[in-house]
Design a protein around this ligand. Structure first.
Ligand SMILES: *[C@@H]1O[C@H](CO)[C@@H](O)[C@H](O)[C@H]1NC(C)=O
Ligand SMILES: *[C@@H]1O[C@H](CO)[C@@H](O)[C@H](O)[C@H]1NC(C)=O
Ligand SMILES: *[C@@H]1O[C@H](CO)[C@@H](O)[C@H](O)[C@H]1NC(C)=O
Ligand SMILES: *[C@@H]1O[C@H](CO)[C@@H](O)[C@H](O)[C@H]1NC(C)=O
Length: 497
């Protein structure tokens, strides 16, 4: 077997671009004796394959097909396969035959959403209830189950038709409307709850996808998770001292109002960020509009030059132009070439000036790191405010505690903070520092994202212009060369004797 693989394989390799294959056919073609393929191997480089026939072998395991992601049609009938597996990546598969194998379970086919025709006849499927699996294939029209033990069930036909909706052919026979009616009538109490479940699952999925899309949009605006308490929570998640300090009398009141203020600042920031994103997009598209206007005007000018030239040359060019006219024409070509190149240089200069004024939104003022995108009050201001009040409370509490005037019992680990001023101030200060760092981090993320965005927009615009210029120059050169060749190919009239 191995030796044969070595012979056949190089032959197959010569055809890597074919779109459809029958290995058994090729096998047979090269070796008049029928060979039995035991293992699927070496197919990974046939990525473009859309059709693959591996029927009538002795394959035991579906494997090594992962890379054939364009496969639409796959025939694995008449093999010794026991388990459905290894098909996950073949998401374009529309027609699959596993006819005459040893399969006893329908599984591992979730990703084959394009499946229209499926044959798993003559296998070892025993449980009729398992056919409900096929409900997930919304395009399944043709199903063959004939020759499985489950077909012996009295309910078989109606059950399958009821549970696998939209079937047109079952076991090679047209599914009659009357059968559908009967099946629905008989099983609607079972299938209706299923339908409802599926509809709910679908709605949930769509909801999830919509949320995901929304999140993506927020990410492009660099304001993801700013529409809620996420930043506030992350600030306190890092801050281990906060819980202890919260036990000090009066701090609870302080903490009551803080989150909602903070969150509302985050929300303004969020909305501001979305608006800025729209402004940026609008600015970029405006930029390109203007660019295209200038470009179009330039192109029209170029086209006019060419038309003028052609109108002019029509009078001149014929199959036997005289030497003097030929020289004139040559001169005209040269002039046209110069004119077109001059236009190109002009537009390149014009565009370069424009590219230097590429959008620079937003005008970031990050003076002293105090403001975040010019918003007042900023998250940082709120945090400073909170810190000052907390510090005040802490010192008052310390003083009361030292005078034994504190009439509440505090947990032991909180009491250890109330020994002297340095300890409590340092703790409060460190706690504040931790929270500020969360704000700093978010702010610097936003700023660096915006910076990267600007750079990439500029780079893209420059690259576009470089490509455009390159292509245009090539186009002009080819055009001019073509004109010259045309001229050269015209016969010089024989001098008259
Ligand atoms: C068919 O499947 C049943 C279990 O569902 C198993 O007991 C039996 O051995 C299988 N037969 C063959 C031929 O694989
Ligand atoms: C915030 O936006 C996310 C998407 O980025 C969304 O899933 C979530 O429901 C929003 N939260 C609030 C409180 O609006
Ligand atoms: C071609 O040139 C003639 C004058 O030489 C002018 O009258 C005519 O309008 C021109 N045609 C075009 C299509 O430019
Ligand atoms: C609080 O910490 C900051 C640094 O985070 C430091 O500059 C300041 O001096 C500290 N204040 C006190 C009173 O320790």
């Amino acid at each position: 077997m191995f030796a044969l693989c070595k012979i056949v394989w190089p032959l197959l390799r010569e055809l890597p671009h074919v779109e459809s294959y029958s290995l058994s056919f090729i096998w047979f073609f090269f070796f008049p004796v029928v060979l039995d393929l035991l293992q699927i191997a070496n197919l990974w480089q046939f990525e473009n394959l859309t059709k693959l026939q591996l029927d009538n072998n002795i394959i035991e395991k579906i494997e090594a097909l992962e890379s054939l992601v364009h496969l639409v049609w796959l025939d694995l009938s008449f093999n010794n396969i026991e388990v459905i597996e290894g098909l996950d990546t073949l998401v374009k598969l529309q027609d699959l035959s596993l006819y005459s194998n040893r399969i006893s379970k329908i599984e591992n086919m979730d990703t084959l959403q394009e499946l229209q025709i499926f044959s798993i006849g003559k296998n070892n499927l025993t449980t009729l209830e398992d056919v409900a699996y096929f409900r997930r294939f919304k395009h399944l029209r043709t199903l063959n189950l004939a020759g499985n033990p489950l077909c012996d069930d009295k309910r078989y036909m109606l059950y399958v038709v009821a549970y696998v909706p939209n079937l047109v052919y079952l076991d090679f026979k047209l599914v009659r409307d009357s059968t559908v009616k009967e099946a629905v009538l008989q099983y609607q109490y079972h299938t209706e709850p299923l339908e409802q479940e599926e509809a709910e699952a679908l709605a949930q999925l769509e909801d999830k996808q919509a949320k995901q899309k929304e999140l993506e949009y927020h990410k492009t605006a660099f304001v993801e998770y700013l529409n809620g308490s996420f930043l506030f929570e992350s600030m306190f998640a890092e801050d281990t001292a906060a819980a202890k300090l919260a036990c000090l009398p009066g701090v609870n009141d302080l903490l009551q109002a803080y989150p909602s203020w903070f969150v509302s600042v985050c929300e303004s920031l969020f909305n501001y960020g979305l608006k800025e994103h729209e402004n940026r997009e609008a600015e970029v598209s405006h930029f390109y509009e203007c660019l295209n206007e200038v470009l179009t005007a330039n192109q029209q000018e170029g086209r006019k030059r060419i038309l003028d030239f052609e109108n002019q040359s029509k009078k001149v060019i014929s199959y036997d132009i005289a030497e003097s006219k030929r020289a004139q024409y040559k001169e005209d070509i040269l002039q046209l070439s110069e004119a077109l190149m001059a236009l190109e240089i002009l537009i390149t200069d014009q565009l370069e000036v424009r590219l230097k004024h590429i959008p620079v939104r937003p005008h970031i003022h990050n003076v002293g790191g105090v403001t975040l995108l010019l918003l007042h009050p900023s998250c940082r201001e709120l945090e400073n405010n909170h810190h000052e009040k907390l510090l005040e409370i802490s010192i008052t509490t310390l003083e009361k505690s030292l005078k034994n005037e504190l009439n509440v019992a505090l947990p032991a680990d909180v009491q250890t903070l109330l020994v002297d001023k340095t300890t409590i101030v340092n703790t409060v200060n460190a706690s504040h520092g931790t929270r500020l760092r969360s704000i700093d981090k978010r702010e610097s993320d936003i700023l660096s994202n915006i910076y990267h965005w600007q750079t990439s927009v500029t780079e893209q615009a420059f690259q576009n212009e470089i490509d455009r210029n390159h292509n245009r120059v090539k186009e002009i050169i080819l055009f001019i060369e073509n004109l010259q060749e045309e001229l050269d190919s015209i016969q010089i009239p024989e001098p008259m004797e």
